[in-house]
Ligand binder design. Structure first.
Ligand code: NAD
Length: 297
């Protein structure tokens, strides 16, 4: 019989991922600290849980998809958390993007009760969460990875075991550095084009098939040109990831110059009130420096 699935954290990413599991035939019990997404998911075929512990007591594999380390710690190890309801041999898969050190802490906390753990953050954003095409980077044991693989195959198009607990989130930090630096570079490119009187949409179309082209460019250039900053992936979440990257780098004495600069850009945007915009809104920081607004010419 297929394993019963718990899903905790029903935000931009969690809802479509849980829906895909339901549509694939899994029995899914859900929980969020807010009632609205639970009601929506019950409408989509889920069973409502009334706490993380309650979800864990009724399921075999519990997925968590919350904002950051403090929320993951609360949902998994906190009072009324997964650890209070899970049984020996259950598997917890934290798919949130959090600091690698916190993933290791969650793994050890659960191991004390013989509960298994994987950190399995994702890349691809809301569109790939909806289409079931996420890229999943995993930290933990091989047997746990094989056990979770059928679920990863539903919510994602690739899942790679990167190493022990925390390795999934190290890989995610690497991903966020590359994505953030690309968006910042793309923003500068489109501001320069606009200032020079060349249509930024045309620049995008001309370069997307060359070496500069990327998934980031295909997703974010149209948003920048149409000035659509609806998330998607919020600046405040990217800020969280880059802060986690800098904290990890500091602990390892690794200098990261591009990442350090990106941290300053994101700090400025968050302090300026743009934190809830999509990270395509990094454009607004570059525009303010240049006094140029990107638009179709
Ligand atoms: P979100 O803020 O939309 O959703 C998080 C949900 O978790 C919220 O509904 C919140 O109420 C719930 N939650 C928080 N603490 C909880 C707790 N203790 N118990 C139960 N529910 C709790 O965030 P999101 O955009 O879905 O992102 C989730 C994670 O995925 C983040 O770590 C983010 O960095 C990562 N991520 C997001 C994207 C994206 O494009 N949005 C892409 C890749 C990775």
């Amino acid at each position: 019989m297929a394993e019963k699935i718990g899903f905790i954290g029903l935000g931009i990413m969690g809802k479509p991922m849980a829906k895909n599991l339901i549509n694939a035939g899994y029995d899914v019990t859900v929980y969020d600290i807010f009632p609205e997404p639970i009601e929506e998911m019950v409408g989509a075929g889920a069973t409502a849980g009334n706490s993380s512990a309650d979800v864990a007591s009724k399921t075999d594999i519990v997925i968590t998809m919350v904002q950051d380390g403090p929320q993951a710690r609360q949902a998994i190890l906190g009072e009324g958390g997964v650890i209070d309801g899970a049984s020996e041999g259950d598997l917890v898969v934290d798919m949130s993007s959090i600091a690698p050190g916190v993933s290791q802490e969650l793994g050890s906390g659960l191991a004390g009760k013989n509960i298994n753990f994987l950190d399995a953050p994702v890349s691809g954003g809301e569109p790939f969460a909806i289409s079931g095409d996420l890229a999943i980077m995993v930290g933990g044991g091989a047997a746990d990875f094989e056990r979770a693989k059928p679920l990863f195959d539903v919510v994602g198009k690739s899942a790679v075991l990167c190493g022990a607990h925390g390795a999934g989130n190290v890989t995610k930090l690497a991903n966020q550095i590359v994505v953030g630096a690309n968006i910042h570079g793309l923003a500068e490119a489109l501001v320069l084009a606009t200032a020079a009187g060349v249509n930024p949409q045309t620049v995008f179309e001309a370069i997307q098939g060359g070496l500069a082209g990327s998934n980031v460019m295909n997703a974010k250039a149209p948003m920048m040109v149409s000035r659509n900053f609806e998330p998607g992936f919020r600046i405040e979440l990217h800020y969280k990831d880059i802060n986690n990257a800098m904290e990890t780098a500091r602990a390892l004495n690794v200098p990261l110059q591009v990442t350090a600069n990106l941290q300053q850009v994101l700090t400025s945007l968050v302090v300026g009130g743009d934190g809830r915009n999509d990270h395509a809104g990094i454009l607004r920081y570059v525009e303010q420096l240049a006094g140029v607004e990107v638009k179709e010419l």
